[in-house]
Design a protein around this ligand. Sequence first.
Ligand code: SAH
Ligand code: SF4
Length: 350
Amino acid sequence: MTDSRIDLKSLTQAELSELLTDRGFPKYRAKQVMDWLQKGAVSADEMTNLPADLKNFIQNYCYISVSIIEKKLISRYDKTVKYLFSFADGECVEAVVMCYRHGYSICISTQVGCKMGCTFCATGKSGFSRSLTASEMIAQIEAAQRDLHVRISNVVLMGMGEPLDNFENVVRFLQLVTSEQSLNIGARHITLSTCGIVPKIDELAAYHIPINLAVSLHAPNDEIRSRTMPVAKAYPMEELLRACRDYFAATGRRVTFEYALIAGVNDSDRCAYELAEKLKGMGCHVNLIPVNAVEGTHYTKSSVKRQQSFVKILAGRGIAATVRRTLGSDINASCGQLRRNHINFKKEDE
Ligand code: SAH
Ligand code: SF4
């Protein structure tokens, strides 16, 4: 959000400390403010142990990001919950909380919309509004935790937006969310999904944050890939796979490839053989997702028979592959659709 005030929740404790000491406040005040923020304070008024001059400073020169629940859908089949959150400027994003055997996992958004224009994606079809700040990413996790009264232990950056197109804020978010002063979620419990912006994957690897990388591949070669993913024209698959190998070498984290199976587009046996050949020796995992039908596109899911044949070919060539279990299939309707419907709904209202 463009706001000339200081975004308090996007600051690390060291930065907050510097900000306050520069203005003449003692260092321990930063820890007090941080504690309040962690407890969910949304204004300086709530920070009862702060002196009036510090409260005034916060009120006049800073702001605290919050996300408001605009809509909440609960799956009838499992415990999946989908939220539509709004921020101070009225922009909305989606987040989904899933319950697994090992705990709660949240899929958060990193941008309002997306510039990448993948033809099968509801978010891509809605265009781009703006990137989220680190605090707005944190706020999605906090709001869900507060609403559900649970601790979320896993985070996936797989909601709306392309995380590596919002690099600085996403890295800041990763640094904050893994820190003890914030949500203290281990890097190994965080997954970032990207459509494959090669130079940014390299840049991320250089940070050596051991998060999991998921790469949306969706095709075995550039020709098929560029039919659905414009980013493929900028970064050929060969370079993308090189960046993935380097990412593994730098972080020790295996890369997962996302592959949405679209009937008649990328789901032939030939595609499976070619994919297996390209990924040979990479020690990766392939997540096959039957494509979600999105309004305004003509794509349909591959048949179960096709899905099974695809997995079998990959497995036969030593590539670990699974067809993703769709949680909350009644409410999921693929990323970006809830917001899209919400906007349409608002337009009808006006
Ligand atoms: N921009 C990032 C992360 C957000 S999209 C990326 O593209 O990876 C999260 C995942 O959902 C990606 O793997 C994306 O390809 C996939 N996806 C988008 N629309 C889909 C649809 N209609 N059906 C199945 N998967 C879809
Ligand atoms: Fe953006 Fe990812 Fe959707 Fe592509 S799939 S348009 S990169 S959100």
